[in-house]
Ligand binder design. Structure first.
Ligand code: HAM
Length: 436
């Protein structure tokens, strides 16, 4: 029978990769908790209307990429394509707006039916951060600073920070008119989607992925030329704050990001590399109208999300595998095998990583397996060792300080302490930063 395969663009994470993800998520928790953010977990499935109302019907994310399906009562549901809409829904639903400032972060899978390629998947993972309740540019600056601190914590350097302002309800309509005129004037050269967007949602033309359109849209009017005074002042202050934080912002006048909820600030952080738009490791912006648009009070907000797969790519892909066990117990005979189970359990309780070979193989095959697992030490247990209450503890590689191959008899009830002593700080590779 043909074995079934995973859905295209949805990837299995095997232990080495899952470990890299877990480390990135742990770093995110450390950094964002330091900034006062608390973790939230919202459902993977929401009513589809939540996303069309927040991200916008005319966006690629909602119009082309969202996984939508009816539940058993015919209610249209969607696999979440991003985390902001669900976070804002939860913020309103749980009355979180009663607090003046709310700082939330989340990590988990998102789903978009995009064309799979390196750095672009149909199930991908985001770490998202939302700061609700502050309209001032200090909020934008602090949030972007937190994004930069997170990237530094996981060891990504040499990034570029692109920022822009797309104005607000006061000044954006005038800009959108100018953009619409431009799109109408150049309609014959644009793709059918952009010709349609000229009528429905001109701003979305600026995210068009068609190469020829991108060239033409490079000549389109920019929002910066139409900003009202408060938006201009917000953006100027933000740029100043970012420079003061040492973040070297680059003003990218056409940067709008592909989601309708943004007002004023938009930004993205690019890692080095040759993956084109897949180099964008983090992106976000201000969304001062979204809480109201979803039925909540008028609460300004700003946020961003980073793609974990892209962070792993930016870190150089395949990370080092997990280190082998601290101790491997090889045992011969029923009584020794039982004692091995008990000794292993006790040593694990003392925080050691311990493996046994659960097959009933020869000593030779157990030693082969011990070698394959890259164990630091092997304890060999047979009937004689059980009777004597002592067994040889053999050093396998260089971890543990002694010479590889050196062995010494150790009392069985002292094995865990002995291994811990030899692997004491300096020789233990746990707790190192980065992905190794
Ligand atoms: P976004 O720009 O759509 O924003 O996505 C944020 C990040 O998620 C991207 O920069 C990228 O790293 C990653 N990403 C997006 N799509 C894919 C994909 N198909 N495969 C792999 N990685 C992907 C948002 O989602 C907003 N919710 C961000 C935000 C939060 N704005 C305000 N608050």
């Amino acid at each position: 029978m043909e074995p079934l395969r995973a859905v295209k663009g949805m990837n299995d994470l095997l232990p080495t990769e899952a470990r890299a993800f877990a480390r990135i998520e742990a770093a995110a928790r450390r950094v964002f908790e330091r900034h006062g953010y608390g973790e939230v977990r919202t459902p993977l499935v929401e009513e589809a209307a939540l996303f069309s109302r927040s991200i916008g019907e005319e966006t690629d994310v909602v119009g082309k990429e969202m996984y939508v399906f009816p539940d058993r009562h015919g209610v249209p549901l969607a696999l979440r394509p991003e985390g902001t809409a669900g976070a804002v829904r939860a913020f309103i639903e749980h009355g979180a707006a009663a607090a003046p400032i709310v700082r939330w972060f989340y990590a988990g899978p998102m789903f978009r039916h995009e064309r799979p390629q390196k750095g672009r998947y149909r199930q991908f993972h985001q770490i998202g951060v939302e700061l609700l309740g502050a309209a001032a540019p200090e909020a934008d600056a602090e949030l972007i600073g937190a994004a930069a601190a997170f990237l530094a914590e996981i060891g990504i350097s040499g990034t570029r920070l692109l920022v822009n302002s797309i104005g607000d309800d006061a000044c954006r309509p005038a800009y959108v008119d100018k953009l619409r005129d431009f799109l109408h004037a150049r309609a014959a050269e644009l793709c059918p989607d952009c010709r349609r967007r000229a009528g429905t949602n001109p701003l979305r033309a600026l995210d068009c992925k068609v190469a020829q359109d991108r060239v033409i849209l490079g000549e389109a009017p920019v929002p910066g030329d139409s900003l009202c005074e408060p938006c201009r002042a917000h953006f100027a202050t933000l740029l100043g704050h970012l420079r003061a934080l040492g973040l070297s912002p680059i003003h990218e006048p056409h940067l709008v990001r592909g989601l309708d909820y943004y007002t004023r600030t938009t930004f993205e952080i690019l890692a080095g590399g040759d993956l084109g738009s897949q180099n964008t490791v983090a992106a976000g912006g201000r969304y001062d109208k979204l809480v109201e648009r979803l039925g909540g009070p008028a609460v300004p907000a700003v946020g961003f999300a980073a793609g974990i797969e892209r962070l792993v790519l930016a870190l150089g892909g395949a990370p080092a595998p997990a280190p082998g066990p601290d101790l491997f117990i090889a045992a011969l005979g029923d009584a020794a095998r039982r004692r091995a189970l008990v000794l292993a359990q006790a040593a694990r309780a003392a925080s050691l990583r311990v493996e046994i070979d659960p097959r009933s193989g020869s000593l030779k095959s157990q030693m082969r397996w011990a070698d394959r697992t890259s164990a630091a030490f092997v304890l060999v247990l047979g009937e004689d060792e059980l009777a004597a209450g002592r067994a040889p503890l053999k050093q396998m590689g260089s971890r543990g300080g002694g010479a590889p191959g050196a062995q010494e008899d150790v009392a069985l009830d002292a094995v865990a302490g002995e291994v811990r002593r030899r692997l004491a700080p300096g020789s233990d590779d746990r707790g190192q930063p980065g992905l190794s």
